[in-house]
Every structure is written in structure tokens, then in C-alpha cells.
Write a protein that binds this ligand. Structure first.
Ligand SMILES: Nc1nc2c(ncn2[C@@H]2O[C@H](COP(=O)(O)OP(=O)(O)OP(=O)(O)O)[C@@H](O)[C@H]2O)c(=O)[nH]1
Ligand SMILES: [Zn+2]
Length: 206
């Protein structure tokens, strides 16, 4: 990606100064005590190390370069230039307000221009952005923009539907609420029939 790349698409938002694993484990001990339990009781002794390890998995996206995921374009798709759609890609992310999971499915479509990308790469792209502290709206937009930029597609459509555990488990405690977000570029942005086709396919109506 070049100097014109918008900040939200860059590999990492800024150079990160990571605390050590020992410092992170100490912070988890503090949170256990804040929750009201004893970090020294037997069942919790190894928990700070486990949580720290889990964090590296939950937030592995900061170490991924989305542009590199879409690097390999196949230009031998036999002239195929119609829509490619992946439906029901499961994802897990964490909301940046409460660091609580939001979990759902992504539907992604694009109209190829000069080639197609390996199907698994679109799922990898979702993970590269989902495994960060996120807002669902930004996650949706980042996925669309990265595909648009990486493939120079004629159009990209992204729909995310997710349940936010910060809404279901705490605060208003409304379980089962689905948040739906969409982002469109190119043909999808310009043509409402294209948007309708995408939505029908994403919902499994065709
Ligand atoms: N737009 C948007 N809001 C989100 C997302 N994830 C969590 N939120 C919301 O972020 C808001 C944060 O609101 P605040 O009033 O600062 O925090 P709060 O007091 O914990 O809010 P409550 O959840 O209403 O108790 C809440 O309304 C959350 O539901 C997201 O991905 N997108
Ligand atoms: Zn939240």
C-alpha cells in the first residue's frame, strides 16, 4: 500500500509498543481481584497466562497485513466477470467500547475486473480486521475498501450481521438483537438493482 492509503487500511494503525507478557499477566491478576476473586487460588493461578495467550489470538489481526492477503490474483477465470459471493462467513470480533465479543456472519460479493482472488482469502481478510478492537460499522467499511483497493474490483458489497454481547450480557441486556451493516462500492453503490441482487443472494433468496 502506498502513501495515499487511508490510515484505516494500513497494516497497523501506528507503531505499537507492546507491554511484555509478564506485564499483561499482572494486569489480568488485577482484573481478577477487581472482579472479587483471589488470583492466588489454585483454579486461577494459570489464568493470567491463559488470558494473555487468548489475547494474542483475539487480537492477532494487528499483525496481519490485509493487502498481502489479497496479493495473489488469478487471471485465468475463463473470462468470468459476474458477481462472486461468499455467504455466511462466520466471524468473531471485540467491540472497542467494552472489549466484549460481537459474533456473527459476513456476506461479501464483488464484481471482478482483472481477475479473481482465492475464496479463502476473503475469509482471511474478514479475520484480519475482525481480530482487532472494532466497531461493526468500521469493520464493514474496512473489508469493502480493502477488496476494492486490492482487486480493483468493479464493485464490492459487504453485509455483516452480528450480536453484540455488550448489548445482550450487560447494559440493556437485550439478547437476540441482530445488528446489520452494509458497505457498497462501484457498481453496487451506483445501481440499486445491484444492491437488491446482492441482498437477495446474501439472504439466500436466490
Ligand atoms: N455503533 C456502534 N455502537 C457499538 C458497537 N459496539 C458497541 N456499541 C455501543 O457503544 C455504546 C457505548 O456507549 P456509552 O454510553 O459510552 O457506554 P455504556 O454506558 O457502557 O453504554 P450502554 O451499553 O448503553 O450501557 C453503547 O451504546 C454500545 O451498545 C458497534 O460496533 N457500533
Ligand atoms: Zn460494547
Amino acid at each position: 500500500m502506498d502513501a495515499k492509503t487511508p490510515p484505516h487500511l494500513k497494516y497497523a494503525p501506528r507503531p505499537l509498543e507492546r507491554p511484555s507478557a509478564a506485564e499483561a499477566e499482572a494486569a489480568v491478576r488485577t482484573l481478577i481481584a477487581y472482579a472479587g476473586d483471589d488470583p492466588d487460588r489454585e483454579g486461577l493461578i494459570e489464568t493470567p497466562a491463559r488470558v494473555t495467550k487468548a489475547f494474542r489470538e483475539f487480537y492477532a489481526g494487528y499483525e496481519e497485513d490485509p493487502a498481502a492477503i489479497l496479493d495473489r490474483v488469478f487471471d485465468e477465470a475463463g473470462g468470468y466477470d459476474d458477481l462472486v459471493l461468499l455467504r455466511d462467513i462466520p466471524f468473531h470480533s471485540h467491540c472497542e467500547h467494552h472489549m466484549v465479543p460481537f459474533i456473527g456472519k459476513a456476506h461479501i460479493a464483488y464484481y471482478p475486473k482483472d481477475g479473481v482472488v482465492g475464496l479463502s482469502k476473503l475469509a482471511r481478510l474478514v479475520d484480519a480486521y475482525a481480530r482487532r478492537l472494532q466497531m461493526q460499522e468500521r469493520l464493514t467499511q474496512q473489508i469493502a475498501d480493502a477488496i476494492q483497493q486490492g482487486l480493483d474490483a468493479r464493485g464490492v458489497a459487504v453485509m455483516l450481521e452480528a450480536e453484540h454481547h455488550c448489548v445482550s450480557m450487560r447494559g440493556t441486556r437485550k439478547a437476540g438483537v441482530s445488528t446489520v451493516t452494509t458497505a457498497f462500492t462501484g457498481l453496487f453503490k451506483a445501481d440499486r438493482d445491484e444492491r437488491a441482487r446482492f441482498i437477495a443472494l446474501a439472504e439466500g433468496r436466490r
